[in-house]
Design a protein around this ligand. Structure first.
Ligand code: HEM
Ligand code: HEM
Length: 216
């Protein structure tokens, strides 16, 4: 595992990380890019869409394991979900009194848990809609249809699915779309929050999520 860049001054306890560990960075940017591509560019149900969805699922699982086994600042215990602390933090931010936290600040923590909850809903509803088909199965189905063999699709719509199954898929589709849009709203608030916090704290928050930040 790559060692973090050596900071130019000794960090004081309670300081945020000068560089998030590689797993946090990988899962953050992998999830962020996949969500934005899936929500903005891609057609729902396409091979790319389902593949990115499975990638998000894998990265999310990895991040959940890392929240228990990872280094101190990546652990859930370092940024517990605490709505009251988040409100207090936002009040302090408005009044210009900010403090540093050793991990995400309480408002950022709520945002992270909200993202993860939405991602879990979007991936589970995606799996319900596709009947759990893996990207390989979706690719095989598309290849069969492209070569003129429609039997894969006919199997899906041959009336074997019960009314309950159809209504479950329909509900999953509605929830999937609503929560995907919610993710985009959260992403806009999140990016705005990152820049507002960075300004108030007079420190670059994005650099530690990319390649690291030298301490002054
Ligand atoms: C990772 C985050 C995801 C986001 C942001 C996302 C977003 C969306 C959006 C906005 C739509 C509606 C737009 C359209 O139909 O073109 C959609 C549809 C769809 N998504 Fe996703 N999706 C994600 C993950 C997944 C996963 C994991 C799967 C499957 C394993 C999946 C399967 C589908 C399917 C099958 C549709 C088509 C629904 C229909 O028939 O209308 N998605 N997705
Ligand atoms: C859909 C897009 C995005 C999603 C789903 C997302 C999600 C998240 C999540 C879940 C965390 C917590 C990280 C962890 O502990 O693993 C986080 C933190 C962070 N994100 Fe994003 N993010 C997105 C886009 C962005 C963008 C575009 C930026 C760049 C401006 C960004 C900058 C950051 C930073 C700097 C942090 C750490 C904040 C801190 O210092 O506490 N994110 N993001």
């Amino acid at each position: 595992m790559a060692a973090p860049r050596t900071p130019s001054a000794k960090p004081s306890p309670g300081d945020p990380p000068a560089l998030w560990d590689p797993v946090v960075r990988l899962t953050h940017w992998g999830i962020a890019v996949s969500v934005l591509v899936n929500a903005a560019l891609d057609e729902g149900g396409s091979l790319l869409h389902v593949s990115l969805g499975w990638l998000v699922m894998a990265l999310l699982l990895l991040r959940m394991v890392w929240g228990v086994l990872g280094p101190g600042e990546a652990r859930f215990s370092a940024f517990p979900p605490n709505p009251l602390a988040a409100l207090r933090h936002l009040r302090q931010l408005v009044s210009g009194r900010v403090r540093q936290y050793p991990s995400h600040n309480p408002a950022g923590a709520i945002m992270a848990y909200a993202f993860w909850a939405c991602l879990a809903v979007v991936t589970v509803t995606g799996l319900v809609m596709t009947g759990g088909a893996t990207p390989m199965q979706v690719a095989d189905e598309k290849a069969a249809v492209a070569s003129g063999d429609w039997s894969a699709l006919i199997k899906e719509s041959d009336g074997e699915s019960s009314d309950e199954e159809n209504s479950l898929r329909h509900t999953a589709e509605e929830v999937h779309e609503v929560v995907a849009n919610l993710l985009l709203i959260l992403a806009a608030l999140h990016v705005a929050g990152v820049f507002v916090e960075a300004r108030a704290m007079r420190r670059n928050l994005v650099a530690p999520m990319v390649l690291g930040q030298r301490r002054k």
